[in-house]
Design a protein around this ligand. Structure first.
Ligand SMILES: [Ca+2]
Ligand SMILES: [Ca+2]
Length: 462
């Protein structure tokens, strides 16, 4: 496609309503600024034999522009977007009967000049085929194989459609028996966290190839939407919520730094308060940052001492709470879910937002530990910004409005209880270009939980 510069600029405003065009153009400016810096840096360390250094840099920059265009794409965002003499042209075919678009993005450097250089990338985006669900994909959720000592076989069990899908932490006989007892509880498969045992810690990650994912490493793009149901079978009427614990997280972690065997927890013995998300875990490497999670915390750990010591999470009260956590101070993995820990990003605390709690009703069970069905919806919006990226995570607990479980559209019927917005630097932002997602859990000494997570669906934004 050969556009003159004047025509390119004109095209932008023909394709967009003014406000939306302004937003997208601004986004493109940020993206181009960042990508130009990356391309310039790469150009200094690589030049191929058959290209001049300048031509090599332009080719690389054109490719980054094209990739940026793929991230920019929505069904309503096509056309040509310019910055100076560079341009991105986004086209689409479709959707097909499955709702899938064939998207083509071309990056052009020095458009309209004699040294014009272009690169084109294509991808399939959208469609119901890119929604990851327990119903279709339960067998792709795998527990890490990190040893059988602290990562107990009770920590995470995946009840799929086939009994032969035994976790590495159980014998075939143990698994067959458990499967027979539990497989029928939720049609379409479910994940059982805690298993009614004390001193557990574990994780489970999606490992499939659906949509933008390859072996569980998924292009995060502009974020995702997810929805799942959960039920704590323990009925906790303890005034301080100490009969059952400790809760679980839904986590999104860097695929660049974390293998599919990543798991948190203490180095040895018990540590339910880490929720399987903080701490070095059986491998010693824990779950490396950058990462983020929503924790559903059902056991109070209100102390503020050394994060290696017990009772050190700075939980705001005895109430069950739902909060966003990142990774705390980079010097230790033990504080990854300590509220208020870390800088850029800071883990949210009750006083600062991104943390929601609800006290037990008088004489009744704790908010979420009531044996009832609950649901959680979350939406992550990710945008590139100058020098890094912006992340806004919204969480609804027990949403009730129209569209609550539809992960193809933003949910607008209700205000989220939890919102956390942070900016990440360029290194951490790039570290989240590809992510793994899944659940972590833990229980303490003499404290148990049995959580059923079911009806899960997740879709990356397009
Ligand atoms: Ca509790
Ligand atoms: Ca806690």
């Amino acid at each position: 496609m050969d556009h003159g510069r004047g025509e390119l600029r004109k095209t932008i405003f023909h394709h967009r309503a003014a406000a939306a065009a302004g937003y997208t153009f601004l986004f493109t400016v940020f993206a181009l600024t960042t990508l130009s810096a990356i391309a310039a840096a790469l150009a200094t360390i690589s030049s191929s034999a058959d290209q001049t250094p300048q031509a090599g840099a332009d080719a690389l920059r054109a490719r980054y522009l094209a990739l940026s265009g793929l991230n920019l794409w929505t069904p309503e965002t096509t056309g040509t977007f310019t910055l100076g003499v560079d341009a991105i042209t986004i086209g689409q075919l479709g959707p097909d009967s499955g709702g899938v678009y064939a998207v083509t993005s071309t990056g052009t450097v020095r458009a309209g000049t004699s040294s014009q250089t272009s690169a084109t990338v294509t991808a399939r985006r959208g469609g119901s085929g890119s929604t990851i669900t327990f119903d279709d994909d339960i067998d792709a959720f795998k527990t890490p194989v990190v040893g059988k000592t602290t990562n107990s076989g009770s920590a995470v069990q995946v009840y799929g459609k086939d009994v032969d899908n035994a976790p590495a932490t159980l014998t075939t006989a143990e698994w067959t028996s458990l499967f027979a007892q539990n497989a029928s509880r939720y049609a379409g498969g479910w994940v059982r966290l805690g298993g009614g045992a004390a001193e557990t810690t574990g994780a489970v990650w999606y490992t499939g190839d659906k949509g933008s994912c390859q072996a569980g490493a998924c292009a995060l793009g502009t974020g995702f939407r997810a929805y799942f149901g959960f039920a704590f079978s323990g009925y906790d009427t303890h005034a301080q919520s100490k009969t059952y614990g400790d809760g679980f997280t839904f986590a999104v972690i860097t695929a660049a730094n974390d293998p599919a065997t990543a798991a948190g927890g203490p180095a040895a013995a018990t540590g339910g308060e880490y929720l399987g998300y903080a701490g070095p875990g059986p491998s010693g490497k824990g779950i490396a940052p950058p990462k983020m999670a929503v924790e559903i915390d059902t056991y109070p750990n209100r102390g503020s001492g050394d994060p290696k010591s017990t009772n050190s999470r700075r939980d705001a009260s005895n109430a069950n709470h739902v909060a966003v956590v990142y990774w705390g101070d980079t010097a230790t993995s033990y504080d990854d879910n300590v509220h208020g820990a870390g800088t850029d990003p800071v883990n949210p605390s009750l006083a600062k937002g991104g943390y929601y709690e609800k006290a037990a009703t008088s004489g009744g069970p704790q908010w979420l530990e009531d044996g009832e069905e609950h649901s959680l919806r979350l939406e992550l919006l990710r945008t590139s910004a100058s020098g890094g990226g912006s992340y806004t995570l919204k969480v609804w607990i027990d949403p009730e409005g129209v569209g609550k479980s539809d992960v193809s559209l933003d949910y607008t019927a209700q205000t989220p209880q939890v919102v956390s917005a942070v900016s990440l630097d360029a290194t951490n932002h790039a570290g989240l270009d590809a992510v793994r997602f899944g659940f972590t859990e833990a229980t303490s000494s003499a404290v148990t939980q049995d959580v059923a997570v079911h009806g899960f669906s997740l879709r990356f934004r397009e």
